[in-house]
Design a protein around this ligand. Structure first.
Ligand SMILES: Nc1ncnc2c1ncn2[C@@H]1O[C@H](COP(=O)(O)OP(=O)(O)OP(=O)(O)O)[C@@H](O)[C@H]1O
Ligand SMILES: [Mg+2]
Length: 1019
């Protein structure tokens, strides 16, 4: 959108009589219109002395924004010329101000002659124009992001717009770099992959030399896939041995037909803008053979515009061929025509002519084009013995990741985001570059201490505006029906079914859908895919961004209708299998509802859509919770809740489950907010059961140091109420708190008994928490009184029950690994750990992280490999620290500190022991003894024996009321360590004997043997 306005026109009106004013303005408008149209703009209207023009309507181009900017500058130049005349003739000058902006608009119906565009972007453009100073061009941020590589601009003061809270950012246009491409390419990062294609091109180059003949090599591929780059690499590789000429076809403009030829002739003869006609003619003549010198030079002078153009196309082609042949007599020639898809037929004929007729001269012609070339010239290169055409495919995912690394120039954390970016770009290097620069601009990637760190969720990466423009322009070239087909497909998703698209298409179009899909395949927008619904023909978008661009091209009203219609289709086709499709169905119904909401049509029908969407999403969310897929559960339940009106009792039930998922994920603040809402709702509705459940769930929060005694008190009060109302779900929440109290207080046997009850309740109510409970029981076997051999057996039983529950499986495997290590079965222990790791690491969440860090770390410690123990624990400790989680962190950090101390890394050990201490809740028994042990070991080795002994004895004292055998033994062992340094051998031996009997009770044969050795050494 471009707005331009004459400033001070009233002032002009005072100085001129109306007739002259009219004349002058008419001439002014004529000039402005010419400038706009030269760049493909459409003048919307003249209002008073203002001009409003649009680019991209009715036809979109990838470089519309750049065209508009160029047009604005040309308007300014034309105005300067006009003003020179006006000043001379009448002593006046016209001053204008201009505003430019890009955005989504609603265009009127051209059929009615109404092209008027409306939309937010239009208002912003008008506002920019009003704020510009006379002579200035202000561009909006959206436009700036599209063209900034091609212009020089400076930031202008932010300005406010009516109806918008945020001030808008604007830039003052200073200049446009001639010949800049719409999207800048980075030729500086190292080339990745493509060695096969490069080798083939080199071979062809050699062949041309060997045969003393002309070869035509064509590179076809989609925008940004790396065609120009590949050819550029070839040119540098052969630079020493050839004369390389390069020319590029331009997408629009006057006199562009021969543009690449003009560039090449000028390069070949080193003609510059300063050269006059004679100088140029002289330089050209020097290159040419005697025979036909005059005629050839004359035609070439015509092409480059230094002589009047009169020669027919055939003669120009002939002269150009003569030039190449003559150059090739000195050195082999490589002539590169880039962006040939924009070439006029005359230029294509010229390339063809050279390829066909050139004789006895080593010339490599390279043509670079996008797919569309084959639309206008399906037979391009075909049938010639000296022609090779290659199709350049996307880079492999691995190559893409390397490209990401090269471009960022430093490591990206963590690995997952690198592949996310590579995935979003799907092998297209231009997309990689643009996605990265967008992420950096939007501060979704931030530099942090030598790394790039994602600041938010990179799960869905939006389309960079430059790529959006590129793809939208590609789609705009489709026929009307093809366009409708691809839009309908985009509603279905990245993979779509032919019959779904047919169903969504208007009735009369349906028989033709198959044919249109084939055309889209040929145009490289989609490709056939295998179907996971039987008997359905499936296709896939070649690029997710193509899907997104097609989708973005539809009005919201249409999107709403199509999503709803597709949900209907899917439900019909899926039939019995519906539960599997809950998430997909929920998604489409949700979208249909959201668009209606945005359009302000919140009627009965819209509300029914919301309710249906919630049904499906809730079902899918519950299932995710059941499989401990917490991230998915959290997302699905959040969306479900958002679809249900506040006050709907269903909303509270969903929120309770959401609160649970959030707690497991360590998102305590959000969990608390969610539970708070439930409590409020329960109070308002007078629903005591719901209120109690919410309270109990809140009591489940591990990151606060509310004493477990107090939480248990709430549970004990609630139990009679729940029993009276036979509320098993409530009982489940209550008993779970009791089990946790015993557990935290170090009474494993009592906890196990309570837990057995909780598991029964969970099974009875179908509460989706079984995985967690099985995990817990496994932990009790490991930490508690169960002897190791028995523990391994119990873990195997639990594993059978946990089958399919990832968290439980992973966790129980880690418990099993520890127990097997105690028995000295190292290989078996490590095998269990190796099975557990991928299960847990994939899940995320505090529990999974802790299981890996704490238990696999402990396993290594038992097996005697302290270095591996530290290596295993470090990342989980840091991860929990980042999450701000307390209760698991306090234990794990202390445990980590203890191993650090055992390996003599005292400073670091002290640091983590203090962190563990500061994070330990008062009644978290395990943390409280472990940080003391760690600090005791540190102080002892520093020679502060008194302090060390005090701490070690405190730790031992804390073990008195508990039955966690391995940790009790640790405390005694650590006291023994300290006492040995104080040289009180008798007391040290006594402590070690205590440890030994606990190790033996646990059946920890490995560490029992170790204690015996220590005892022997003392004696
Ligand atoms: N193999 C590669 N390794 C590293 N960077 C690459 C590679 N291929 C392409 N690029 C980079 O990706 C960007 C796009 O590549 P290029 O300009 O060659 O695309 P193109 O296919 O010519 O696109 P268009 O059709 O728009 O002209 C460039 O910045 C280029 O340097
Ligand atoms: Mg290119």
């Amino acid at each position: 959108m471009l707005f331009s306005d004459v400033t001070g026109s009233t002032h002009l009106g005072e100085r001129l009589d109306p007739e002259s004013l009219r004349q002058i303005l008419a001439r002014y408008f004529e000039e402005m219109k010419a400038a706009l149209e030269a760049h493909g703009g459409t003048v919307e209207k003249f209002i008073g002395d203002a001009v409003m023009a649009v680019f991209g309507i009715p036809t979109l181009h990838e470089d519309d924004a750049l065209r508009a900017v160029r047009a604005a500058l040309e308007m300014r130049q034309r105005l300067e010329r006009l003003n020179r005349d006006l000043e001379r003739d009448r002593g006046i000058a016209i001053l204008t101000r201009t505003g430019l902006n890009t955005g989504e608009v609603v265009a009127g119906d051209p059929a009615t002659g109404q092209t008027l565009v409306t939309g937010d972007a239009v208002n912003v453009a008008a506002r920019l124009e009003q704020s510009a100073q006379p002579g200035e061009v202000l561009i909006g941020e959206a436009t700036y992001r599209l063209v900034r590589d091609a212009i020089t601009a400076e930031p202008a003061e932010p300005m406010t717009v009516k109806g918008k809270d945020e001030p808008i950012t604007a830039f003052r246009l200073l200049e446009v770099h001639p010949e800049a491409e719409a999207v800048r390419r980075h030729l500086d990062s190292p080339m990745v992959g493509r060695s096969r294609q490069l080798a083939l091109m080199k071979q062809t180059f050699e062949a041309a030399a060997e045969d003393q003949a002309c070869h035509l090599f064509t590179v076809i591929g989609s925008p940004g896939v790396g065609k120009s780059r590949l050819v550029q690499e070839l040119v540098s590789a052969i630079a020493g041995r050839s004369t390389a000429l390069r020319g590029r076809c331009l997408p629009y403009g006057a006199g562009i037909t021969y543009w690449p030829v003009v560039e090449m002739v000028r390069q070949a003869a080193a003609i510059t803008d300063e050269d006059g006609v004679d100088a140029a003619a002289g330089k050209l003549a020097a290159l040419l053979p005697e025979e036909d010198r005059e005629a050839v030079a004359d035609r070439l002078m015509q092409v480059i515009g230094l002589r009047e153009a009169t020669a027919p196309a055939e003669e120009i082609a002939w002269a150009f061929r003569k030039l190449l042949e003559s150059l090739a007599e000195q050195r082999q020639v490589a002539a590169v025509f880039d962006d040939v898809h924009w070439a006029e037929p005359t230029l294509l004929d010229l390339i063809d002519h050279v390829a066909e007729w050139s004789r006895e001269a080593p010339i490599l012609l390279v043509a670079i084009a996008r797919q569309e070339l084959l639309d206008v010239r399906p037979g391009w290169g075909g049938g010639k013995h000296n022609a090779t055409t290659i199709q350049l495919e996307p880079l492999s995912e691995r190559d893409c990741e390397v490209l990401v690394e090269n471009l960022l120039g430093m490591a990206l954390l963590p690995g997952i985001s690198k592949s996310r970016i590579a995935e979003a770009a799907e092998g297209n290097p231009l997309f990689v570059e643009q996605v990265l620069s967008m992420l950096i601009d939007d501060e979704l990637l931030r530099r942090d201490d030598g790394h790039w760190v994602p600041t938010g969720d990179l799960a869905t990466i939006p389309i960079p505006p430059t790529i959006q423009a590129l793809l939208a322009a590609r789609l705009d070239r489709l026929g009307a029906e093809e366009r409708q087909v691809i839009e309908r497909a985009s509603v279905v998703g990245k993979v779509f079914y032919q019959s779904a698209v047919s169903e969504l298409a208007p009735e009369p179009m349906r028989p033709a859908v198959g044919g249109h899909l084939m055309t889209l395949v040929r145009k490289e927008l989609i490709r056939p895919d295998h179907s996971d619904i039987v008997r359905e023909t499936a296709f896939r978008f070649r690029h997710i961004l193509i899907r997104d661009a097609a989708y973005a091209g539809m009005p919201k009203e249409t999107r709403a209708q199509l999503h709803e219609a597709f949900a209907g289709w899917l439900q019909r086709v899926a039939g019995e299998r519906s539960p599997e499709f809950d998430e997909i169905l929920g998604y489409h119904l949700e979208q249909a509802y959201r668009y209606r909401e945005e359009l302000g049509s919140m009627d009965e029908r819209a509300r029914a859509l919301a309710a249906r969407a919630a049904d499906h999403l809730e079902a899918a969310g519950r299932r995710a919770l059941n499989r401990s897929d917490l991230a998915a559960a959290q997302a699905l339940l959040t969306r479900t809740a958002e679809l249900l009106p506040v006050g709907d009792p269903r909303r509270s039930t969903v929120l309770l489950d959401l609160g649970w998922a959030l707690m497991e994920l360590g998102e305590f603040a959000r969990a608390t907010a969610v539970i708070h809402e439930v409590k409020e709702a329960a109070r308002t509705a007078g629903d005591r059961a719901l209120e109690l459940r919410a309270k109990l769930l809140e009591g489940w929060r591990w990151d606060v140091s509310v004493a477990w005694e107090d939480r248990a008190a709430v549970a004990e009060q609630a139990i009679p109420f729940f029993e009276e109302h036979e509320d098993d779900m409530g009982l489940f929440f209550a008993h779970r708190i009791l089990a946790a109290k015993h557990w935290t207080h170090g009474r494993s046997a009592a906890s196990a008994a309570e837990l057995q009850r909780v598991i029964e309740l969970a099974r009875r109510t179908g509460a989706p928490h079984e995985a967690f409970l099985l995990h817990w029981l496994g932990g009790i076997h490991m930490w508690g009184t169960t002897p190791a051999a028995e523990g391994v057996r119990r873990c195997d039983e639990l594993l059978a029950e946990a089958s399919g529950l990832r968290l439980a499986e992973g966790s129980i495997l880690t418990a099993r690994a520890v127990l097997a290590a105690m028995l000295g079965r190292a290989d078996e222990a490590r095998a269990s750990a190796a099975r557990a790791r991928p299960l847990l690491e994939d899940l995320g969440g505090v529990l999974s992280i802790t299981c890996v860090g704490s238990r696999i770390g402990l396993m290594e410690e038992i097996l005697g490999d302290h270095e591996r123990a530290l290596e295993t624990m470090r990342a989980p400790v840091l991860a929990l620290d980042r999450l701000g989680e307390k209760s698991f962190f306090s234990t794990l950090a202390s445990q980590f500190a203890r191993v650090l101390a055992l390996t003599g890394r005292l400073d670091e050990a002290e640091e983590f022991a203090q962190k563990g201490r500061d994070a330990s809740p008062m009644d978290d028994w395990a943390s409280q003894i472990t940080w003391r042990e760690a600090l005791a070991l540190v102080e002892a080795q520093r020679g502060n024996l008194e302090e060390a002994e005090r701490l070690a004895r405190e730790a031992v004292a804390l073990t008195e009321a508990v039955d966690y055998l391995p940790q009790m033994a640790d405390a005694w062992s650590d006291l023994g360590f300290v006492l040995r340094l104080t040289r009180r051998k008798g007391e040290a031996a006594e402590a070690l004997r205590q440890s030994l009997s606990l190790r033996e009770a646990k059946g920890d044969v490995v560490r029992a043997a170790r204690v015996r050795q220590e005892l022997a050494a003392l004696a």
